[in-house]
Design a binder for this molecule. Structure first.
Ligand SMILES: [Zn+2]
Length: 602
């Protein structure tokens, strides 16, 4: 399945695979860009003149007409914004591109200023009036969107209070978060190998934890610990401060639970999150089982914490971009020919930019544009297995966004928790296809181990991190400022149950919470990763049980976009995410994969 290919040529394996942005505009100097933005500004002014101060007196039908108008007038601005951002992503080095992006951004801000009254007036309506409007069939299509806008109403403070908090945050919580980033970015880690000591940054030292040589991994872990210990004073102070800042914010905004504000943003009920956590913790035994297998594969008695990311050899090799296209389209086609047809259009109609180019943005993404066009995918294709999975991932987003266009601009996008559904599902389809095609047992085993480690990092590790945050925030609220040893203890207490006796966690590991940015930037963000992954596995489990009848229902789910809450959309498929049994379906798939890996290992 792998081919020997020259990856060093200009453009790499996907040389010449560039997107065609002319579907949006002809180029950065296309006069239609400013003509569109002028028209949007005029329309926004007219909209404000017509509706400002009147929202409370509109009938449901009039309000529906207003939302339709708002949506229609926004479209050209979204088109211009998407074009300028894609142009910049494809070539950040051309000054004209950066300038256009800034120009469109500034003009869009000016336009938004005319329209902000709409949201403020709507959220300001009292509940009885808003509820009466929302109950009217004339607003059925907009019910979810309008209700969502109001969900923060109980937690919003008065205007002067909000302004005060907004302004002081720049020298308060946001300044501490930035200090964290700058401290981490400035840290150097001294990796000692033999007689040599090499200084490096965080990214580099973390990447050495994936090295095949055990000495290198051990040295990297020791260097990471040393660096964190040396810098623990500012980092730990930042943690203590931001955890308390969250407690104060929750009190001022009347959030009873420490996870409530995050759950509200994710459009997820606390009970669903609780049952997710409960289900994952209930299957921590899978983690220990996997790491015992991994120790055997690596020829080690027991894994040390720095062995967790050691590679299992077997799945190396390089695949051409055409080969990646073929793998992804055939895997998608096995599931649904319609889905493969949509994905094929990305290749055939040049909605993908995959070649390597100087000045092009790194990584990969899929960007939605406007409903009457199509999304675009950016890749940096180098041909390893991870890249093939990335093609599958981004095209999953692509199919999702393409189908959800039917909801229109305001309802096409999903919240964070379900945004990764089609992408991770697409990766699983490709993974299964590769497993079916691969004859060599050692390659199959390496593929399986790679997939299991990805899934474990996304499910169990994120749940352990969430449980750490729960105890951290609870301890800070009850015990006051926490000594660093106390936080170390909470970190170990959250991680130990997951590994059981399969991985030896050293005293060094107790310091490793100090570098994780999510705890600083977005408290309780981590469970969303576990949610997304287990949701996909549960869907896959349902597919395995139901077979073909599942397919159109799955495509309907994608087509629904963000037109309703995740709970409600999944309920249409008879899936209840508040039921711990729902999550165990996904966990059962992981167990099946683990059993397969154990069997292959013999
Ligand atoms: Zn994604």
């Amino acid at each position: 399945m792998s081919e020997a290919l020259d990856t060093t040529g200009a453009g790499g394996l996907a040389a010449g695979v560039r997107w065609d942005l002319s579907h949006l505009y002809d180029g950065p100097d296309d006069p239609r860009i400013d003509a569109d933005l002028d028209a949007v500004r005029d329309a926004a002014e007219a909209f404000a003149a017509r509706y400002r101060g009147r929202l409370g007196s509109l009938s449901a039908a009039e309000l529906a007409e207003a939302v339709d108008g708002l949506e229609a007038l926004n479209e050209p601005a979204v088109r211009a914004g998407a074009f300028s951002q894609l142009l910049f992503a494809g070539d950040t080095a051309t000054a004209r591109h950066g300038a256009l992006m800034q120009h469109v951004m500034e003009r869009s801000t000016e336009i938004r200023a005319h329209l902000i009254f709409f949201e403020l007036e709507w959220v300001g309506l009292d509940d009885s009036r808003a509820d009466a409007l929302l109950a009217d069939p004339a607003l059925a299509k907009r019910r979810h969107m309008l209700a969502s806008m109001r969900r923060y109403r109980p937690h919003v403070l008065s205007e002067p209070e909000e302004r005060l908090l907004e302004e002081t945050a720049n020298t308060g919580s946001r300044a501490f978060a930035r200090l964290f980033d700058e401290t981490m970015a400035g840290m150097r880690f001294a990796v000692e190998r033999g007689d040599e000591t090499e200084e490096m940054g965080e990214e580099e030292v973390l990447s050495l934890l994936y090295a095949p040589e055990r000495d290198t991994r051990r040295a990297a872990a020791a260097a990471l610990t040393r660096g964190l210990k040396q810098n623990h004073r500012p980092l730990h102070f930042i943690f203590n401060t931001l955890v308390q800042d969250k407690a104060v914010g929750d009190r001022l905004r009347s959030y009873p639970g420490m996870m409530d504000s995050r759950n509200l943003a994710n459009e997820i009920e606390g009970a669903s999150v609780d049952s997710l956590i409960e289900a994952a913790v209930g299957r921590y035994d899978l983690v220990a089982r996997y790491y015992r297998l991994k120790a055997r594969l690596l020829g080690l008695e027991r894994l040390e914490d720095y062995d967790r990311y050691a590679p299992i050899s077997g799945a190396e090799g390089v695949r051409s971009f055409d080969r990646a296209r073929e793998i992804v389209l055939s895997a998608y086609g096995d599931f649904s020919p319609d889905m493969a047809d949509i994905a094929r259009r990305f290749f055939d109609e040049r909605w993908i930019d995959a070649e390597l180019r100087p000045g092009k943005r790194g990584g990969a993404f899929c960007a939605s544009t406007v409903p009457d066009l199509h999304p675009y995918v950016l890749l940096n294709y180098t041909g390893n297995l991870r890249d093939v999975m990335t093609v599958a991932h981004e095209l999953g987003h692509g199919v999702h966004q393409y189908l959800a266009r039917s909801q229109g601009l305001f309802e096409q996008d999903t919240p964070l928790t379900t945004a990764e559904t089609a992408s991770v599902f697409g990766e699983m389809l490709v993974f299964r296809r590769l497993m079916r095609e691969e004859g060599d047992a050692s390659v199959r085993l390496a593929l399986l181990c790679g997939k299991l480690e990805d899934a474990f990092a996304t499910v169990f590790r994120q749940i352990a991190m969430t449980r750490f945050e729960q105890t951290l925030h609870a301890a800070r609220r009850e015990e006051g400022e926490l000594p660093v040893e106390r936080v170390n203890e909470l970190w170990m207490a959250a991680n130990r149950p997951m590994f059981g006796d399969s991985v030896q966690l050293s005293d060094d590991y107790a310091w490793w919470w100090l570098y994780i940015p999510h705890f600083v930037h977005s408290p309780f963000y981590c469970y969303a990763y576990a949610f997304g992954e287990l949701l996909v596995l549960a869907l896959l489990h349902r597919y395995d049980e139901d077979g073909d009848p599942f397919v159109p229902r799955y495509l309907d789910l994608l087509r629904a976009g963000g037109s309703d809450s995740p709970n409600a959309l999944l309920a249409r498929m008879d899936l209840d995410i508040g039921d711990p049994g729902f999550w165990s379906g996904g966990l059962a798939i992981l167990e099946g994969m683990l059993a397969e890996a154990e069997a292959l290992a013999g």
